[in-house]
Design a protein around this ligand. Structure first.
Ligand SMILES: C[S@@+](CC[C@H](N)C(=O)[O-])C[C@H]1O[C@@H](n2cnc3c(N)ncnc32)[C@H](O)[C@@H]1O
Length: 243
């Protein structure tokens, strides 16, 4: 525990284990290109999250910056996020959306969302957020029951339980428009996808490694989407629906 605290102190801006060549390289990206341009409320939310015991779950700043740019590039208006935690990626999304844009935010925990909510309110973007508490799969099934919801989302960010990613994809691909974008987080899973199964890794990484490997194969075989896997954060795979 002491060693963990020491690491947290050293990497105060760097909650994630990086998959880049070194932590220093990730720190360089953050300090050079992310923090100088980070919205003050994103900074406040990021620093507040670092005091939470599960701070490792937070979307890192460089990934938040990528999400923000993608939303602007495709002029997304109707978006969804699966896996909110304290809301770093949610706030990045809400800040990128036009004033009449929407993000449907799904998480099993309202408690986590409410930690970041006062800061989201301070950023004056809470009106764009429709937060729904509960397991995401039944909420997605409920959306799909109404034909009018199909092919209506411009952008979806998925960052929740990795063992359900294939199930999320089956549903989300029907909800996103042709030409719309889905981004799946953690698709390089701490780099564990590319090492032998008996390589040393934490039990948490080991438990989900097989699911992430299967998911990556699943996406590669889905001809309804164009894919691009980026080594940003813990790996993020962009899927553009083409049919
Ligand atoms: C990695 S965190 C999300 C990080 C977040 N995107 C951010 O910017 O900090 C994963 C989140 O998924 C939520 N989650 C886990 N399983 C879920 C499920 N079945 N349905 C909905 N949310 C779930 C957790 O409560 C947690 O808040």
């Amino acid at each position: 525990m002491a060693a963990n605290n020491e690491k947290k102190e050293q990497n105060i801006h760097l909650p994630h284990e990086t998959i880049l060549k070194s932590d220093a390289l990730h720190q360089y990206i953050l300090e050079t290109s992310v923090f100088p341009r980070e919205h003050p409320c994103l900074k406040e939310l990021r620093e507040m999250t670092l005091t939470h015991p599960k701070y490792m779950m937070a979307t890192p700043g460089d990934e938040g910056q990528l999400i923000n740019m993608l939303i602007k590039l495709i002029n997304a208006k109707n978006t969804m996020e699966i896996g909110v935690y304290t809301g770093y990626s949610l706030l990045s999304t809400a800040l990128a959306l036009p004033s009449d844009g929407k993000v449907l935010a799904l998480d099993v925990s309202r408690e986590y969302y409410e930690l970041g909510l006062p800061i989201i309110e301070k950023a004056r973007v809470a009106h764009k957020i429709d937060f729904r508490q509960g397991p995401a799969l039944p909420l997605l099934d409920e959306l799909l029951q109404d034909e009018y919801n199909k092919e209506t989302f411009d952008f979806v960010y998925v960052d929740a339980d990795k063992d359900n990613y294939i199930n999320y994809h089956k549903r989300v691909v029907e909800l996103v428009k042709v030409g719309g974008l889905v981004a799946y987080d953690n698709t390089l899973w701490s780099g564990s996808v590319a090492v032998p199964s008996d390589a040393p890794m934490t039990s948490y990484v080991r438990n989900f490694r097989g699911h992430v490997i299967e998911f990556n194969k699943h996406l590669a075989q889905d001809l309804r989407i164009q894919i691009c896997q980026l080594s940003v954060g813990d790996g993020i795979t962009l899927c553009r629906r083409i049919i």
